[in-house]
Design a protein around this ligand. Structure first.
Ligand code: 0L1
Ligand code: MG
Length: 256
């Protein structure tokens, strides 16, 4: 096996066995293109088990999160049907390693977006709906510690996501959309849409433009999670987490 296939299998084993592994950077992962190849391999293993590709996600899109994780650039990952849950679902924490959850704005595309040069205006024109989302991240690395390349290879720590039940056409300024994150009814974080790269659609544009490097694009019908608006919070047993976004509604996940 090449390093790419070996590394993808190692991360997949960590996820399915809920046993974290050491960062790949410690074993020679030093190249951005290779990191995204590992990500493709990892997602390919899911698709080989019958999952469907549903779209994309952005990570490390807020300055606060970049500082917290010690990186200086966003990254993207891919989301599949095996990660999707309905709002109101309760997750079994036995299937996860050390999950954290963060509120996001999700975009559902009506038209494909192909870079280079995709802008916020292009994203909004191509968007059919926006809705609140909860992104459950679960790094496959020990101690949730990794480099930027490690996190790319690990498919942006993707584990589970849920969308709100209300899909609305984008209107108003999403940079000004308010977000409140509650755990068991207590407000633990709050933010505005501008926390993500100044405007959440800028994150979607970033992914479309980055995909040029591999001759890919964002497809019509895809959902794209635009990145955490607040710091992530640990998903603890017995907790219920709700994100409410002004004008967009709310989304809830529980954990047992
Ligand atoms: O959704 C995310 O922001 C994940 C980015 C990857 C790094 C992390 O796990 O924080
Ligand atoms: Mg996220």
């Amino acid at each position: 096996m090449t390093d790419v296939a070996t590394w993808a299998a190692r991360l997949d084993d960590a996820a399915t066995g809920t046993a974290p592994t050491a960062p790949l950077s410690g074993d020679g992962l030093t190249d951005l293109a290779v990191a995204y190849e590992v990500q493709r391999g990892l997602v390919g293993l899911r698709l080989g088990r019958g999952e469907r590709l549903l779209g994309g996600k952005l990570g490390l899109t807020s300055r606060a999160k970049q500082i917290a994780m010690g990186v200086d650039r966003p990254l993207y990952g891919l989301v599949t049907s095996g990660m999707a849950r309905n709002s109101g679902s309760r997750l079994s924490l036995e299937e996860l390693i050390h999950p954290r959850v963060e509120p996001e704005i999700a975009f559902v595309l009506g038209e494909p977006l192909e870079g280079p040069g995709v802008t916020v205006a292009d994203v909004l024109a191509a968007t059919r709906y926006v809705c609140p989302a909860l992104d459950v991240i679960d790094s496959r690395y020990e101690g949730f510690r990794f480099t930027h390349l490690d996190a790319i290879a690990d498919n942006a720590s993707s584990a589970v996501f849920a969308l709100g039940d209300d899909l609305v056409e984008p209107r108003g300024d999403l940079a000004l959309t308010g977000c409140v994150l509650e755990v068991n009814g207590r407000v633990v974080e709050s933010a505005a849409g501008a926390a993500v790269m100044g405007h959440p659609a800028a994150a979607v544009a970033y992914m479309a433009n980055q995909l040029v490097a591999t001759d890919r694009r964002l497809e019509a019908g895809w959902v794209v999670l635009s990145g955490g608006l607040t710091a992530p919070v640990p998903l603890l047993p017995g907790s219920t987490v709700t994100a409410t976004l002004s004008g967009l509604g709310s989304v809830t996940l529980g954990a047992e």
